[in-house]
Write a protein that binds this ligand. Structure first.
Ligand code: NAP
Length: 241
């Protein structure tokens, strides 16, 4: 029998992250449910387990170095390794946040969660991922971080944003740099856009379901060896930078 694949999903207590955990779990994988709120994490783990998922809770605040280090230790202790990391946790920083009016503290908070948080978590888990035969890192980004779309008249770009959209552009850039550093390893690292999904993040205004949004992360988490790395994808294919 094949060894069980092990994944960790950040921000998996609700929304797209929960659906990514459910989707990976449905493949028979062991799934760490990264979440910072104890009650919400326990509820999500219980719901996933009731659906037959081999889920375990991982207390995790991506903005807190100690929390991230403890999460990495817990994953090793509970699962013995890690094959797939999905960096899903993210915040918008609220609205409005036009560049001319945004509070710099909001920009710092958004970048700390959406970008530095990904770096913190990735670097803490990389030692485990490097022991896997087919490691994958999926960064949940957004097409609003596409500079090409932001500068294409008529393209769907979301509201003008001094924090959230640039944080996803930054995340895409970081994804490329990881791919370059890890090019000679089996680690594949990619960014994926879930599309506009109805979640807490946007007051449930999205037109897609969180499960539909999870599909691109599930695809990138299950890429075959030799698959793409350093790319930015949505359901329809590559997203222009
Ligand atoms: N919804 C969309 O239309 C859309 C479109 C493009 C990209 N995305 C991206 O998809 C990802 C998931 O968003 P979502 O739409 O599912 O929103 P959501 O329902 O608000 O979920 C966000 C998740 O991130 C977690 N999180 C936030 N800050 C955290 C921190 N410091 N440490 C750990 N977890 C933290 C939240 O935990 P708490 O419950 O504790 O706050 C929650 O689990 C985000 O990266 C978002 O930018 C969403």
């Amino acid at each position: 029998m094949d060894e069980q694949t092990i994944a960790l999903v950040t921000g998996a207590n609700k929304g797209i992250g929960y659906e990514i955990a459910a989707g990976l779990g449905a493949r028979g994988w062991k799934v760490g449910v990264g979440a910072r709120d104890d009650e919400q994490r326990a509820d999500a783990v219980a719901k996933l387990q009731a659906a037959g998922v081999d889920a375990f809770g991982v207390p995790l605040d991506v903005t807190d170095d100690a929390s991230v280090a403890a999460a990495a230790a817990l994953v090793e202790e509970q699962a013995g390794g890690l094959d797939v990391l999905v960096n899903n946790a993210g915040i918008t920083g609220g609205a409005p946040q036009t560049p001319a009016t945004v509070d710099p503290a909001t920009v710092l908070r958004v970048v700390d969660t959406n970008v530095v948080g990904v770096i913190r978590v990735t670097n803490a888990l990389l030692p485990l991922l490097r022991r896997s035969a087919s490691p994958r890192i999926v960064n949940v980004s957004s097409s609003v971080g596409s500079l090409t779309r932001q500068t294409t008249p008529g393209a769907e770009t979301g509201p003008i944003s001094g924090a959230y959209s640039p944080s996803k552009t930054f995340l895409n850039a970081v994804t490329v740099q990881y791919a370059k550093e890890l090019a000679d390893t089996p680690v594949l690292v990619n960014a994926g856009c879930p599309g506009f999904c109805a979640t807490d993040l946007n007051g449930f205004r999205g037109h897609r379901t969180p499960a539909q949004g999870a599909a691109i992360a599930l695809h990138l988490a299950t890429l075959p060896d030799g698959g793409p790395s350093g790319g930015f994808f949505e359901d329809d294919g590559a997203v222009p930078w």
